[in-house]
Design a protein around this ligand. Structure first.
Ligand SMILES: NC(=O)c1ccc[n+]([C@@H]2O[C@H](COP(=O)([O-])OP(=O)(O)OC[C@H]3O[C@@H](n4cnc5c(N)ncnc54)[C@H](OP(=O)(O)O)[C@@H]3O)[C@@H](O)[C@H]2O)c1
Length: 251
């Protein structure tokens, strides 16, 4: 049902964490997948680990917030096309309003929101050449709910959720779907120290029915689900399922 053989994919921020799990799932379902991250060594290590599991992927190193055209072109050169683009890059700065200057706020918005727009715009000509182009952003539950002391990330992910809706209605008529996956609390390498914090554990225990952080591999099937061609068109041929978000609340 979820065979992606013959599809080509790029996952930005795919060297570790949620992006790597999504890339692994796409490649495992048969898509010829390239992962991007800034560290070439990190990507190479991820590639070898997946190879050990019998999964082949390509790599395209570089800072996607600065070099999107070169990175996307390099990925397309490896795979021969671009059917699926998952943009998983995102950074967080948990400083509150007293501590964060406006230019620092703008810098985070640039990484988490403006770069996503640049990636989408750069990828558009390639995705249009696909029979069923798929663009997926990784937002956050922070797009819909706020914790104190997190203004920049909350604003950026809220903006990314709104950008998802805007691009979905703009590009749907071109046979292209735009979706977002909004993770809850996932214990990736980057926030392993937070997962170990007793105060945050108490917070998660109250809010997450399973009383634990999500495991990165648990989010991967959502990425594959959004590729399924059957979800793109209903019987009348109208585009649907193009402006939804998967609220993945840490389970
Ligand atoms: N983990 C969670 O609980 C959670 C919750 C909600 C939303 N999210 C969102 O999910 C996404 C992934 O989170 P994660 O926890 O998996 O992150 P992560 O573990 O920190 O992984 C981030 C990946 O992105 C790469 N990266 C960072 N900046 C980059 C850049 N400028 N250009 C290219 N690659 C870059 C990193 O590799 P290099 O360092 O080598 O570049 C790494 O491979 C983010 O958008 C995050 O906001 C995560």
């Amino acid at each position: 049902m979820f065979d992606l053989s013959g599809k080509t994919a790029l996952v930005t921020g795919g060297g570790r964490g949620l992006g790597l799990e999504m890339a692994k799932a796409l490649a495992g379902a048969g898509a010829w997948t390239v992962i991007n991250g800034r560290s070439g060594q990190g990507l190479e290590e991820a590639r070898k680990r997946l190879q050990g599991d019998g999964i082949e992927i390509g790599i395209a190193a570089g800072d996607i917030t600065r070099d999107a055209p070169a990175i996307i072109a390099a990925a397309v050169e490896k795979t021969g096309g671009l059917d699926i683009l998952i943009h998983a890059v995102g950074e967080r700065d948990r400083r509150g309003t007293e501590a964060m200057e406006p230019h620092e706020f703008a810098a985070l918005l640039n990484t988490d929101l403006t770069a996503a727009y640049a990636v989408a715009k750069t990828a558009l000509p390639y995705l249009r050449r696909s029979a069923a182009g798929r663009l997926i952003f990784v937002t956050s539950i922070a797009a819909f709910a706020a914790r104190a002391g997190d203004p920049a990330y909350t604003a950026a992910k809220g903006g990314l959720a709104a950008l998802t809706r805007s691009l979905a209605v703009e590009l749907g008529a071109d046979n292209l779907t735009v979706n977002a996956i909004a993770p809850g609390w996932f214990a990736t390498e980057t926030n392993a120290h937070l997962a170990a914090d007793p105060a945050l554990k108490a917070f998660v225990d109250i809010r997450i029915p399973l009383k634990r952080w999500g495991r990165p591999e648990e989010i991967a099937p959502a990425a594959v689900f959004l590729e399924r061609d059957a979800f793109r068109r209903n019987r009348k041929g109208d585009s649907f399922f193009c402006a939804n978000q998967i609220h993945h609340s840490g389970r």
